[in-house]
Design a protein around this ligand. Structure first.
Ligand code: 4AD
Ligand code: MG
Length: 434
């Protein structure tokens, strides 16, 4: 005899009154001797299943007694409305099959575990309700990013991960590439995005990026995902408008659709509700004055550190732009500010609540000679940038873009202090496994 209809737990309410099959993993069991309960999780939801001894064949009752946490099971039962249950239904069990037993040494127990232990067991830790909530919010944000750009006529362009050119200043991962010398894992898709913007107008990239930075902070991964729009004819002003529109869109989308997951994470949503464009804009020079007044020793000309960023957003309820940093603190490709050539037309968007830089963006240097001079000043290999300079030789154009760090954005929206939980399998200096 074949099993009754297989239904995912999230879809059970539509089957009230029917007998169905569910499949999943055991999260808890308890028994009073005559009546017993097993809570089942299948990724779409959780469902309480009810075993009544005198209504079941003895072998089914015995199998219940053998159930352990994280055993995988297939259960046949009647779907009943039960307002006190998480999904509004429960299952009155008729049959139980243990598909895969789970020995009693399951590493993750209902007690406090240290973060290193949890990360060593990341492949199992992912099964917890908290990790599920984070993964769902991340997915919502990824989908919202695609929707945002699609609705606005941007073309998604996938840029290479193996590259010969160099993008940002921080460390590179290298690997041998046949007879071509070293290939480097992309730190950014931007330079390719600029070529695509000249071809297609408005584009964005969405891909993994790599930084061999020796930073052990709560904001750094060696592999992270970045979203990089690049827009022909945008200047730095228009670039910031696009950034605040995107960030507001993402926050509102999560508030609209993912309240349950925010609540699982105990996120204070009142802090997110006020995140609407426009965001405050602070000139770099004013930002330096502000952080110095708040006790920082950072001097004009230096990049802002994490502590400075925290000082800037101390009283902010929305993200804050800091714009037009000194040339010395930023990448070679940023456009010189005509009103103050010591600075470039760029911005960092700082998340409130101390989460720090979420976006880095700029108008790009579109003057051939100035760009060549900057490449020389930085001691970068000119031949690697031949194709990039072509974009300034053949129909140069004002353009601007930015990079939104996905994990930092998700961490802020979820209210998580460390970004390592925001990606399924984080890569950090000391972590390559699992
Ligand atoms: O400021 P960054 O380095 O800018 C770029 O890569 C530009 N090419 C972007 C562009 O204009 N197209 O990085 C952009 C963002 C940061 O604001 C941060 O959110 C994130 O990427 N990021 C990291 N996230 C996690 N771990 C790291 N090691 C990160 N480095 C940067
Ligand atoms: Mg940056």
């Amino acid at each position: 005899m074949s099993d009754p209809l297989f239904v995912r737990i999230a879809d059970l309410p539509a089957h009230a009154g029917e007998t169905v099959t569910i499949r999943g993993w055991v999260t808890h069991v308890r028994s009073s001797g005559k009546v017993a309960f097993a809570v089942i999780r299948d990724g779409t939801g959780v469902c309480q299943t009810v075993f009544v001894k005198n209504q079941l064949p003895p072998d089914v009752w015995e199998r219940f007694a053998a159930l352990t946490t994280e055993a995988s099971v297939s259960i046949v039962g009647a779907v009943r409305a039960e307002p006190r249950s998480p999904g509004g239904v429960e299952l009155g069990v008729a049959d139980l099959v243990i598909v895969g037993p789970s020995p009693a040494d399951y590493p993750i127990q209902p007690k406090e575990h240290g973060i290193d232990f949890l990360l060593d067991n990341r492949h199992l830790w992912l099964r917890s309700p908290r990790q599920r909530a984070i993964a769902i919010i991340r997915n919502e944000i990824e989908q919202a990013i695609h929707d945002f750009f699609y609705e606005r006529g941007f073309l998604r362009v996938d840029t290479p991960i193996l590259t010969a050119a160099i993008g940002e200043r921080s460390g590179l991962f290298a690997t041998e590439y046949f007879d071509e010398g070293n290939a480097y894992l992309a730190q950014t898709g931007q330079l390719y995005g600029e070529a695509a913007a000249a071809a297609f107008g408005k584009i964005y990239t969405f891909g993994p990026t790599f930084r061999a930075e020796k930073s052990k902070t709560r904001r750094h991964l060696t592999e992270f995902w970045m979203i990089e729009p690049e827009v022909a004819w945008n200047d730095s002003e228009a670039n910031m408008l696009l950034q605040e529109e995107l960030v507001s869109y993402l926050v509102q989308r999560v508030l609209e659709r993912r309240r349950a997951e925010l609540s699982e994470l105990e996120r204070d949503v009142t802090k997110l509700e006020s995140v609407k464009a426009p965001f405050d804009r602070l000139n770099y020079t004013d930002a330096i004055a502000l952080v110095q007044a708040r006790g920082s020793t950072t001097q004009w000309g230096e990049d802002l550190g994490a502590e400075d960023e925290a000082l800037i957003v101390r009283d902010a309820t929305r993200p804050v732009f800091v714009f037009n940093y000194p040339k010395t603190a930023k990448a070679f490709y940023m456009k010189e500010n005509p009103d103050d050539p010591r600075t470039v037309l760029c911005d960092d968007l700082l998340a409130p609540e101390g989460f720090g830089e979420m976006i880095g963006g700029s108008q790009r240097e579109d003057d051939y000679d100035k760009l060549v001079a900057r490449i020389k000043e930085e001691g970068l290999p000119m031949d690697a940038y031949g194709w990039y300079l072509d974009l300034r030789r053949y129909g140069t154009f004002p353009h601007a873009g930015f990079g939104l760090g996905l994990e930092r954005t998700v961490a802020w929206i979820c209210g998580l202090q460390h970004i390592r939980e925001v990606i399924a399998f984080p890569r950090m200096m000391n972590r390559l496994r699992p």
